[in-house]
Ligand binder design. Sequence first.
Ligand code: ATP
Ligand code: MG
Length: 393
Amino acid sequence: MEYNVIIVRFGELSTKGKNRKDFIFKLAKSITRNLLGINKTYTLDVRHDHIYINLLINSNEFDYTPLLKISGINGISLAYKKEIYDLDDIVDTSLKLIKEENGTTFKIRAKRNDKSFPYISDEINRAVASKILKNTSLKVDVHNPDILLSIEIHLEGTYFYTKTLKGMGGYPLGSTGRILMMLSGGIDSPVATYLLMKRGVEVSCIHFSSPPYTNQGVIIKLQDLLSKLNIYQPKINLYIVPFTKIQEKIYEVSKEGYPITIMRRMMYRLASKLANRLHINALATGESIGQVASQTLESLKAINEVTNLPIIRPLATYDKVDIINISKDIDTYEISIRPYEDCCTIFTNKNPKTKPKIEDCLEIEKLYDFEELLNEAIDNIELKIIEDKTTIF
Ligand code: ATP
Ligand code: MG
């Protein structure tokens, strides 16, 4: 079916009461940004319940796929809009449109958005269906039709559609606050970053870098990963923290089994310090319960103890295969599996404790004045901004 309007549906937005206006404005902004450079010939009609994208060109020249990568969009319907307000005309148009569809069974779902239209939905359904039954070989199937023709009657015209596509869901970008994400070069943390963005969170990233043990390839890898996520968030700040001295000290003073736990406590401390400076109120990681020794609940408790910021772990309950599937969908997988030296893999650690004790951590951390090293690292942070300049406006 040829369409001339795309109806954008909001989904969860409806639960957000008075923030609604702000949300819809943010969504309209995301739409304009994502369509920029690809589709220039449309107008936006922003309403309280839907956003309508009116095409000024033929639908087969219009690429709607960027809309499916906008958080806050629950779905889109590809609709044919006609300025009619008359039952006979609606019936005739429905017949013409349904003849263009493939299938042997159909169902009509009419809706009067404008209640002053003189016929109720049921009467419209029946009028349209009987015309189709008389003039085609199609049969009605109310449970599992091949063709579901929706008809929405508004004062300004009637919308007909058979095709609705699922969107990303979640909330519009930047509408649910800011988070500092701990980004490594692995598979998990970019997926966690994506899930936060999908939820409408504006994400900044922090990475702990240990040159010369880790090389510049890691930073390039991170930039490439974040470039893939620019479609969801056009500007991403990446803070790179020099971690070498801290890490060397940890391995010097730590007893067997503890370096990883202490290292992760230092990471959380650094992330918390940076978050405070940036007025960001929550941290996030790609941790998943039980995935490795440092991600048992006992380990998470020992690590978490150093901060009072909420730690969001979008992947906490995900299986690795599901994480990998998402990373393939968002196109980060191939970048994530590039070989690289992570600061965690460099300093090999025999028998990492799966049940570290907080008292033992505190004991080890007393052996050196880490606070000074932590502050020095924070003062020497490097900021890289990863942005998609073609979509910034
Ligand atoms: P990933 O695939 O994200 O690297 P992982 O399964 O390898 O995760 P770990 O290396 O134990 O798990 O790290 C767990 C989480 O800690 C990561 O998802 C990330 O959020 C954070 N993290 C680990 N290393 C770093 C680093 N060098 N810089 C910033 N964050 C890190
Ligand atoms: Mg890792």
